[in-house]
Design a protein around this ligand. Structure first.
Ligand SMILES: Nc1ncnc2c1ncn2[C@@H]1O[C@H](COP(=O)(O)OP(=O)(O)OP(=O)(O)O)[C@@H](O)[C@H]1O
Length: 253
């Protein structure tokens, strides 16, 4: 699905100081991959490159097997949920969720509305379609933003810290919900997080980014699915978390 070889990126304001270089990773169809790393190491920048919002300054990026040096060719191919939920405050929940349809104009509006109603029910958000984002809780807003990302109908989803600002209980609920959704939809997910337990609970593999010329380290999460929070206390989970924590610490200091 994604193949990245020796990728580098530098902002034009500091061309001598690349945000990252020598970055290589692969993502297979249907995988759940988390990306962790110190603040500022370039995780969101990488997502913007994959989504087609920025052009990489070196190396090779293949999405769906195609080498794409022109970022605009990737626009609309990848569903991208940035760190802020970016729901439009003047639009109702339904009108926010209809945005991908408005941009693509694929199929009839009536069908798009019907699909979104079904998704709202499935996401536990029935009865919210006429509400405005400011009338929703943080957890509901995140689910609406994710529903909108899914409604774009792309096979590849980039989720940038979608649960970063939520309390522990809501986060757990949304983890369960996201895992169920992922196993039924079979989408490919790239997920940025600072929460190592979250990364271990959700992912098939984890990439630890170092920034600069530090590249990435890869960790396989060899824990059977379906996963549950009780697994956090199992020796294998604890050992993986300790290893990841240590490597993260080493990547910073
Ligand atoms: N538009 C910009 N112009 C110049 N530098 C930028 C710009 N946007 C981001 N940066 C810098 O690029 C680096 C990487 O930023 P990025 O947001 O990708 O990091 P991150 O790993 O996602 O951080 P966090 O975990 O805090 O979200 C940072 O040092 C940031 O200050």
């Amino acid at each position: 699905m994604i193949s990245i070889t020796n990728l580098s990126y530098a902002f034009s304001t500091s061309p001598q100081m690349p945000v990252f270089s020598r970055l290589s990773m692969n993502v297979r169809r249907g995988e759940f991959i988390s990306i962790v790393g110190a603040s500022g190491c370039g995780k969101s920048t990488l997502f913007k490159i994959i989504a087609g919002l920025l052009r990489h300054t070196g190396g090779e990026l293949k999405v769906h097997g195609m080498i794409s040096d022109d970022p605009s060719s990737r626009l609309g191919q990848v569903a991208y949920m940035p760190q802020q939920d970016l729901l439009l405050p003047w639009r109702t929940v339904m009108d926010n969720c209809l945005l991908p349809w408005e941009l693509k104009r694929k199929g009839s509006k009536a069908v798009a509305v019907k699909n979104i109603r079904e998704m709202l029910d499935r996401f536990g958000l029935e009865g919210t379609e006429r509400l405005y984002p400011q009338e929703l809780s943080g957890g509901m807003r995140q689910r609406i933003a994710m529903l909108r990302t899914l409604a774009a109908g792309n096979e590849l989803m980039l989720l940038d810290e979608p649960f970063g600002a939520l309390d522990a209980i809501t986060k757990r609920e949304l983890h369960r919900w996201l895992l169920e959704l992922w196993s039924s939809l079979k989408q490919t997910v790239l997920f940025i997080t600072h929460d190592l337990e979250e990364a271990l609970l959700l992912s098939d593999r984890i990439y630890l980014m170092s920034g600069g010329s530090g590249g990435v380290q890869e960790f396989s999460v060899d824990i059977p699915r379906p996963r549950h929070y009780r697994m956090n206390y199992e020796p294998k989970f604890i050992a993986l978390r300790e290893n990841l924590e240590r490597r993260l610490h080493e990547s910073i200091y």
